[in-house]
Design a protein around this ligand. Structure first.
Ligand code: URA
Ligand code: CA
Length: 432
């Protein structure tokens, strides 16, 4: 087989066979196929698309390019949740204990934040003593015993995707549905769960800016999952404004605790229930999505979800007292209000820009090497559709530096007040 023939075949709209796709991914991972040929192929895919079969094959070829995690030692149906990334997205912190409280194993591998988006591991590390450096055996033992554990990314997972994603980044080929879908799904499949729930975000803070694009991506990922034997469902959710009220690590831990007590922000709670019910359903713990939602509400009400969060923190070296005393979480030195300059209704809170403002305070990383400050961040006091009076606080800045003029300026530029506006739809659709 010659790579040039496969590039031409795809360029001319042909369908590549399983063997041909394996040849491309295998050759590229090993370094036998050079970047310039792989770039030309990615551009051909960008223009010619891939069939469902090709997408499934591409995904599995990337899965097989490196290590895979074997979770077979964990009893029960392992369901993973994945978000395509957003600002102030506190759902994993809520969902992990919430679902585990229903005896569903949560064996989660998580990442750190980069740019305007946060990462679950950073948030958990805001809890004193909490660590994710546990070995594979301990991880399996904890999930079997208490149904919940989180580890950092380990092993050489999907090296083909790493290499191809970096190449796409500099060759104008990131924005291709078959390439994005197979990239995300390969990582999820390599991580070993039996079923996958996807939260595909749409809006300013998201990768997919329109609902139609988000739906197309969701359909593509759900098809791949189902085609390779992993039950997969997706929720399309809004990321035009940040999710919930808190953006920042310790602030989001507090928000998760509130939500597990049934006292969290409405949008965060609604999204957690929408995703959670799919997880419970896919884990075969309910015969319908409605029944699944009832079960989730029950463990919030009876306190089991909160107890599970404490158990989880304790198991991984953290101090569970923060659940009852969130004031013991890291606190920033200064709290600075950002008052509205006029009366009106909040019409826009540009998610990614507000995420960047939080990053400037130190809540997120500008580069992979940046140090973060777990205490700092932003608390939104208003969301889209809320009315506001001149002088009322729009946002409370939690900072460890006295001068935050840069952050205040960014907030004013990205929160628009108008005569009228309505809260955006939170869940745009369910893809099964
Ligand atoms: N995120 C990924 O992991 N892969 C893509 O291709 C795009 C976004
Ligand atoms: Ca939040």
């Amino acid at each position: 087989m010659r790579m040039v023939d496969l590039i031409e075949k795809k360029r001319d709209g042909g369908e590549l066979s399983t063997e041909e796709i394996n040849f491309i991914i295998d050759g590229y991972t090993k370094g036998d196929i050079p970047d310039y040929q792989m770039s030309a192929w990615a551009m051909a895919v960008f223009f010619q698309n891939m069939t469902q079969r090709e997408r499934a094959d591409l995904t599995m070829a990337m899965v097989n390019s490196g290590d895979t995690i074997d979770l077979s030692a964990i009893e029960g149906v392992k369901v993973d949740k994945h978000s395509t990334g957003g600002v102030g997205d506190t759902t994993t912190l809520v969902l992990a204990p919430l679902v585990a409280a229903l005896d569903i194993p949560v064996a989660k591998m998580s990442g750190r934040g980069l740019g305007h988006t946060g990462g679950t591991i950073d948030k958990l590390e805001a809890i004193e003593g909490f660590h994710v450096e546990i070995d594979r055996e301990e991880f399996v033992r904890l999930v079997n015993q208490d149904k919940i554990a989180v580890i950092g990314q380990t092993g050489n997972l999907t090296p083909a995707d790493k290499k191809l994603y970096a190449l796409r980044d500099v060759t104008g080929t990131v924005n291709s549905i078959p390439l994005i879908a197979s990239s995300i799904m390969s990582k999820k499949i390599a991580a070993g769960s039996d079923a996958i729930v996807l939260d595909v975000k749409t809006g300013a803070g998201a990768f997919m800016k329109t609902v139609d694009d988000a739906k197309e991506l969701a359909h593509a990922m759900v098809s791949i999952g189902n085609n390779v034997g992993r039950k997969t469902m997706a929720v399309i959710s809004d990321m035009s404004q940040p999710l919930g009220l808190a953006i920042g690590n310790a602030l989001e831990v507090k928000e998760a605790i509130d939500t597990l007590q049934g006292k969290g922000p409405k949008d965060l709670e609604e999204l957690c229930l929408a995703l959670g019910r799919q997880m419970v359903f896919l884990a075969n713990k309910a015969s319908s999505l409605e029944e699944a939602e009832e079960k989730l509400k029950e463990v919030i009400k009876n306190g089991k979800a909160l107890e599970k969060f404490k158990e989880f923190i304790k198991n991984q070296g953290g101090n569970p007292d923060v659940v009852d005393h969130p004031e013991n979480l890291p606190q920033a030195k200064y709290q600075i209000e950002v008052p509205a300059k006029e009366d009106g209704v909040v019409a826009e809170i540009v998610a990614d820009e507000i995420g960047t403002a939080a990053m400037w305070l130190g809540a997120g990383r500008a580069t992979k090497e940046s140090e973060i400050d777990l205490a700092v961040g932003l608390m939104l006091n208003k969301k889209i559709g809320d009315s506001v009076k001149k002088g009322e606080s729009l946002v409370t800045i939690h900072a460890n530096r006295e001068n935050v003029d840069d952050v205040i300026g960014k907030i004013y530029e990205n929160i628009r007040i108008s005569d009228h506006a309505e809260a955006p739809t939170l869940v745009y659709g369910i893809i099964t």
